[in-house]
Design a protein around this ligand. Structure first.
Ligand code: GDP
Ligand code: MG
Length: 331
């Protein structure tokens, strides 16, 4: 076979033979194809290179490459972000995607037709300076809910039942609470979320949407007839009425505090607070900031906390309060 191969081609071929990953192999094959003299005598070889390239590409796309993305990804599992995760549940057109569109930069589709959303979509909303993750989800009906949605709900900190006040509010409430109850996703009044429990039930509240369209008194009727002892927040994504209250309610229901950390002799960082569960201590904060150094915590000073003089020394057992500034001293 007189293909008159060039030194550049031979080099690329050596690279191909020595390659250890599919990416390297593909890269070398591409170079071989570029370098191979294009004439009749090399046609066979050109075809062979192309065949190898498409086989490799197919293997890499299907996850066959060991270095590639995992071959199975649960699109219904939404990794947590921000200070807490709120999963929105509701029937078609109840206004879930509009809430994310109004409060986050998530690429949600707001549509007059149902089923515009086919997988959970997270977005980051802000309560003051605290980022909180909201998750839009595909809708549920009396007859159907995507099976993966249970997983989405299990991972949440809070569940929000989204009810369109301009529609049949009782039917929506019934469908949503039956769904959550049948999967044991909703905490009963007085129950506390227990991360160790099998059922992973969560605190649940109601977001009543489209207040701009609803006949007066609809929410009161819903509260009375649905007889569910939950928090109800009335909003309009259209006029933005109630959106601030919604974020404040979410923050309160998350039961967290935000803390501004301060280095000795420096101004506190007021832009990016740490968030911890209510009841957390100075020691918990030290663990969060510096897991390895936490045991070397020597002392701490506090500002902006009830019952504490600004700059006062506080013990490691000191319970943190919202918006407190803490300066940690390590040994
Ligand atoms: N007037 C009014 N329309 C709304 C409001 N929220 C949502 N919509 C409309 O209701 C329809 C369904 O909203 P969407 O957010 O896509 O509902 P989803 O199916 O639950 O995600 C869209 O046409 C929205 O424009 C609201 O607060 N006021
Ligand atoms: Mg939607």
């Amino acid at each position: 076979m007189a293909a008159n191969l060039t030194p550049q081609y031979k080099k690329a071929e050596d690279r191909y033979k020595a390659a250890t990953t599919d990416e390297e192999r593909l890269d070398a094959l591409e170079e071989m194809l570029r370098e191979i003299p294009k004439h009749k005598a090399s046609e066979h070889m050109q075809a062979d290179i192309k065949r190898k390239m498409s086989k490799l590409k197919a293997a890499m796309e299907s996850g066959g490459s060991k270095k590639g993305a995992p071959s199975h990804v649960d699109i219904f599992h939404v990794p947590r972000g921000g200070a807490g995760q709120v999963v929105l549940i509701g029937m078609p057109n109840s206004g879930k995607s509009s809430i994310l569109a109004a409060l986050t930069k998530a690429p949600v589709v707001v549509a007059e037709y149902p089923y515009a959303t086919d997988k959970p979509i997270p977005g980051m909303a802000l309560y003051e300076d605290v980022p909180i993750q909201l998750v839009d989800t595909p809708p549920i009906t009396a007859d159907f809910a995507p099976s993966g949605l249970v997983n989405t709900c299990r991972g949440a900190d809070l569940l929000a039942v989204v009810i369109d006040l301009s529609g049949d509010v009782l039917e929506q409430m019934d469908v949503c609470t039956k769904y959550l109850d049948s999967h044991r996703l909703m905490l009963k009044p007085g129950e506390e979320h227990d991360p160790a429990a099998q059922h992973m039930a969560h605190k649940t509240f109601v977001v009543a949407t489209k207040s701009d369209l609803a006949p007066a008194g609809t929410l009161d009727t819903l509260k009375e007839l649905a007889d569910q002892p939950l928090d109800y927040i009335e909003i309009s994504s259209e006029t933005r009425q109630g959106l601030d209250t919604l974020m404040k309610t979410i923050y309160d229901l998350l039961h967290i505090v935000r803390i501004y950390a301060k280095r000795p002799g420096k101004e506190p960082d007021m832009r990016d607070p740490f968030t911890l569960k209510k009841g957390s201590t100075v020691h918990d904060l030290a663990v969060l900031i510096h897991r390895e150094l936490a045991d070397k915590l020597k002392s701490a000073r506090s500002w902006h906390a009830p019952g504490v003089h600004d700059g006062q020394n506080v013990p490691r057992e000191h319970i943190l309060s919202d918006k407190e500034i803490i300066e940690l001293h390590f040994a």
